[in-house]
Design a protein around this ligand. Structure first.
Ligand code: GDP
Ligand code: MG
Length: 687
């Protein structure tokens, strides 16, 4: 077995290369942090080659978790070779990592990716000279066009070589002295360099006190010679070398970037960027929930799962003389519940195809850039926005993507707020509420997206004021890719993947839960078959329903549905399907029982409250402590409760006079605004 690790900056195309090589389908994204864990796969043309995809990193100084993952891996279980993928349109930044990698003493080949884009940015790279300057084989490739990938991996297998670059002689002297002090393997310069920069851990090797003292002395002397700090010396030396290399290998040929620049001038402009983003997201939700996806979903829900399937099964089971409780279970349990969820597939598919287009064309990268400007104002960086973009698919990878954030406090805030974003499983609730209570209103579905986003921003502003979260924000560097026409297959696959995982969940967890819901809502505690209103489930639901009364949905059915949502958010609609009947019946009887205000409040609560069990357990894992896990989930539920309370109480005023509770809502609102917008202060405020 030969192991080859793919290492490179975020967004250099590693996952694309990995997928081409292994035939797997990892998520590919236009932003950093999509791959935060190491993944491995076998080369599809030669199963004795193991390919490792490492997280994208800018450097190997362990500032953030993903950099640490890569560094530890390279130090503790070095692969046979590294294929260092570099973005040809970003040589300077890419080569910084390349120079660091050389110091690990692992045979290397450079894959010069994105060469298809060089022309459009008006550059030419002389590959031979680059290879000469680095002392490594360099292979031109384009993951987008599937060119050069196989060659790169073969070269990595056969021709990977070691190389060493020479910095200033005075620096080299210091490094070799440090190597002597720690008896390091001369080929693996990294620990000595890291020690020079002040990291005395040496990849886990224990140093004696006298060794530490010697290193510190060497460092101090060198700092005096250079009249600079140790960490600066090394960074400067690296960049000096890089600029020499770039002068040697890059020729400017005149840019054709103008179209991208022109679009960007509008799309990222100070005043228009936000309205444009809002309009685009509105359009995305409008098209997927109201129009295209909506029509197909209505048909599926009302006609297919509402009439055709139950009629067919009813006749079939009657003919087969199936026992009546089982008929009841199939029609009123499974078909009503699972059918109610499956009906939303067209909307999910359209939504994710549209989001895929925004992502693949390069627009979403601009959104992150625009959001960085907003997030900056309250001390978070645009990096926090990336997990939120991912969360519109699913909260679990989103929470993990927060690992790219260096500042621990910012990472925690991001984990706490990121699931406010409506994920694909919350989509059916959005669609159900907007269809049942607000037929024809094109703003309800998008408003769920904007509500999630607003709560993220407001919570961010508020949390950042607490002492436990205050501090510097993480740096955010992100290259804007050129706009390009989205690739049909990539985009369709994105939609299909989401739809398929939805089907899978409908067939497993949602199926099981609906059977339970059916059972508990059809029998009482003496196991006699009864109406839903006399069932065990209603007895249980009534125990907790009062909690939701101030939010307008203090009914046992809504309470139970909300609870089942903690298992999986899709189940909320499934549960309602069992309790109210599937198809047309669901929308009409649900809508007749609640006011529109209560309907929207129900939506807001389920959107914002603690996410499903999978996301909750990821939160606990990523927070690394029970205390922080509980804080996060508690915070989310509190925000959900308060927001739904305020929304319901104010919306109610349209049909009912103000009363004591309205006053309470006003007080809560004022207090909330105060907590959020008060001037930053120093003392600790317990959460
Ligand atoms: P990773 O972050 O390094 O894993 O990079 P990804 O594989 O997720 O790719 C980032 C973005 O660059 C995606 O939008 C890809 O479609 C795009 N991309 C990857 N390779 C190429 C390439 O060779 N040429 C062009 N033009 N785009 C590419
Ligand atoms: Mg990746």
């Amino acid at each position: 077995m030969t192991t080859i690790a793919l290492v490179g900056n975020p967004n250099c195309g590693k996952s694309s290369v990995f997928n081409l090589l292994t035939g797997s389908s990892q998520q590919i994204g236009n932003w950093p942090g999509v791959t935060v864990e190491r993944k491995s796969g076998l080369f599809k043309k030669d199963k004795s080659l193991v390919i490792q995809d490492l997280p994208g990193i800018y450097s190997l100084s362990p500032y953030s978790l993903d950099e640490k993952v890569s560094r530890d891996y390279l130090l503790s279980s070095p692969p046979d070779a590294v294929l260092n993928i570099i973005d040809a349109t970003n040589l300077e930044r890419s080569l910084y990592l390349t120079l660091q990698l050389l110091d690990f003493g692992i045979p290397m080949v450079v894959g010069l990716n994105m060469t298809d884009r060089l022309k459009s940015i008006g550059k030419k790279i002389n590959t031979e000279k680059l290879s000469y300057a680095l002392g490594l084989p360099v292979v031109e490739m384009s993951a987008l066009k599937n060119q050069g990938i196989t060659e790169a991996i073969h070269r990595a297998e056969k021709d990977a070589s070691l190389s060493e670059v020479q910095y200033d002689a005075r620096l080299e002297a210091a490094i070799s002295e440090i190597s002597n002090v720690v008896n390091a393997d001369k080929r693996i310069r990294f620990p000595a360099l890291a020690a020079f920069e002040g990291d005395l851990s040496l990849g886990g090797q224990e140093l004696t006190l006298s060794q530490q003292k010697e290193i510190i002395e060497i460092r101090q002397i060198t700092e005096k010679i250079f009249d600079d700090e140790a960490s600066e010396i090394l960074v400067n030396e690296r960049y000096a070398l890089i600029s020499q290399i770039i002068q040697l290998v890059v020729t400017e040929t005149g840019s054709t970037r103008s179209i991208t620049d022109k679009i960007d001038r509008i799309v990222t402009s100070k005043w228009l960027s936000l309205p444009i983003f809002i309009f685009i997201m509105w359009l995305v939700y409008f098209l997927s929930i109201q129009t295209m996806g909506g029509l197909a979903t209505s048909w599926l829900n009302d006609t297919f799962f509402g009439q055709i399937v139950p009629d067919f099964l009813e006749k079939l089971m009657a003919n087969l003389k199936i026992i009546s409780w089982l008929q009841n279970l199939v029609i009123n349990g499974i078909v009503a519940g699972v059918g109610a969820t499956l009906g939303f597939i067209p909307q999910i598919f359209v939504l994710f195809v549209l989001l895929g287009i925004l992502e693949d064309s390069g627009y979403m990268a601009r959104v992150a850039f625009v959001m960085d400007r907003i997030f900056r104002r309250f001390g978070l960086s645009g990096k926090s926005f990336i997990p939120m973009l991912i969360a519109s698919g699913c909260g679990v990878p989103a929470i993990m993507a927060a690992r790219t954030i260096e500042q621990e406090r910012d990472r925690r805030i991001t984990i706490m707020v990121t699931t406010f974003m409506p994920c694909s499983a919350k989509l059916p609730i959005i669609a159900l509420i907007s269809g049942a209570f607000f037929r024809g209103n094109p703003w309800i579905a998008p408003s769920a997206y904007f509500l999630g986003m607003a709560m993220i921003i407001l919570s961010g502003i508020m949390l950042k004021k607490l002492k436990m979260f205050s501090g510097d924000r993480s740096a955010f560097i992100m290259e804007m890719p050129n706009y390009h026409l989205p690739q049909v297959w990539t985009v369709l696959k994105y939609g299909l993947d989401k739809a398929m995982s939805f089907v899978k969940r409908a067939g497993t967890i949602i199926f099981v839960l609906t059977v339970f819901i059916w059972f508990f809502s059809n029998y009482n505690f003496r196991l006699q078959q009864v109406t839903a209103a006399q069932s065990m489930l209603s007895d249980f639901g009534r125990l907790i329903a009062w909690i939701f009364s101030p939010l307008g949905f203090g009914d046992w059915r809504a309470a139970v549905a909300t609870l089942t949502g903690l298992a999986a958010k899709e189940t909320i609609v499934g549960t309602l399907g069992v309790l109210y009947g599937g198809g047309q019946e669901l929308t009409s009887s649900f809508a007749s029982q609640y006011t529109a205000a209560a309907g929207y409040s129900f939506l807001a609560f389920n959107l914002l409250c603690a996410p499903c069990i999978a996301a909750v357990s990821t939160i606990f894992k990523e927070m690394g402590s029970v205390k922080w896990g509980l804080r996060a989930v508690g915070f989310q539920t509190l925000v959900a409760y308060i927001m739904s309370f305020i929304i319901y109480q104010f919306a109610r005023l349209m049909t009912a006079p103000a009363d004591f509770v309205t006053l309470l809502a006003i007080i809560v609102l004022i207090f909330g605004l105060y907590i959020t917008f008060r001037p930053a202060q120093k003392e600790v405020l317990a959460l």
